[in-house]
Design a protein around this ligand. Sequence first.
Ligand SMILES: Cc1ncc(COP(=O)(O)O)c(C=O)c1O
Length: 339
Amino acid sequence: MAKIYNSITELVGHTPLVEFKRLEEALGLKGRIIGKLEYFNPAGSHKDRIALEIIEAAEQRGEISPDKTTLVEFTSGNTGIALAAFAAAKGYKFRIGLQPGVSVERLKLLEAYNAEIIPVAPEDLAVVFEKGIAAFDQVIQKFLAQTPNGFATLQLSNPDNIAAHYKHTGPEIWEDTDGAVDIFVGGVGTGGSTHGVSKFLKEKKPSVETIITQPHPDSIANSAVEGASDGGFHGIHPVHDANGFNAMTPDNFSPDYSDRFEDITYAETLKAIHLAGKYEGVFLGASAGASLAVAIKEALKAENEGKVIVALLPDNGERYLSEDLQRVRHDLEDAVTTF
Ligand SMILES: Cc1ncc(COP(=O)(O)O)c(C=O)c1O
């Protein structure tokens, strides 16, 4: 029977779970590491899920339509790429505000999907640097004012972001592990993925433990990747320390569904990326590498013998080729003694 899809929008989700068996063996891990490979989404990341959900939920509410609406967002990451791809596939115009320093791969992808790039005024950038993500929605309001029939997708606060993961990513993990998942690991950018997945899993099985991967503050302070305000972790940032939650905690994040916060250095992240490439033929992006590093540390613990540890791996390393995430770091392999 013929199997022809009508649009790439039909290809979002149902990403595979893969057990990293050779890595488990090489490192002598006690727990089982299962990666959810979100780069199998058509525009290459877990953000495809939220871009589609946000657009289609607004369509269903009658708020937007391709003949009238221009979609607007302010992001330098995967959400912009996903929105650009699905805006194109559905016939919407899309305007995106970008912070300077965005990688050449992302710029080229946005161009390929015909997105209109909005230069961000220096005074707006100053506010963003001062206030962090708290200022994002404020800047978006300025873009909206310049966009007739604009609709802001507002990934930091839009509940449809959480809904995408609660309705799909969480149930996929549950079904594909036959309910055997014990530990879920993910990082926080908007908070949508860890919130939605963890809420679903904990409703099914309250004992599921959710660990939030956080970039180590020292790695960010030393800016592991030149010019990257996030230290090169791409899309994730620390939300919690000994003093509690910080100003970088987005609206879509929920402390109710987070059990623990684990800091990971950039060196540990690169080492995890290297090991996944070397033993599994899987080339991870930086935030995925950070979550894999946390998963490895958990899997080394005797108390986690036989446990099923699922790490959400948001995207792959091809999106960051200009940053050389793939470089073989024998020096790091030796220097990182945590796993
Ligand atoms: C590569 C990458 N990893 C992780 C995240 C964090 O995901 P979330 O926004 O669901 O918290 C993002 C997005 O911000 C991302 O682009």
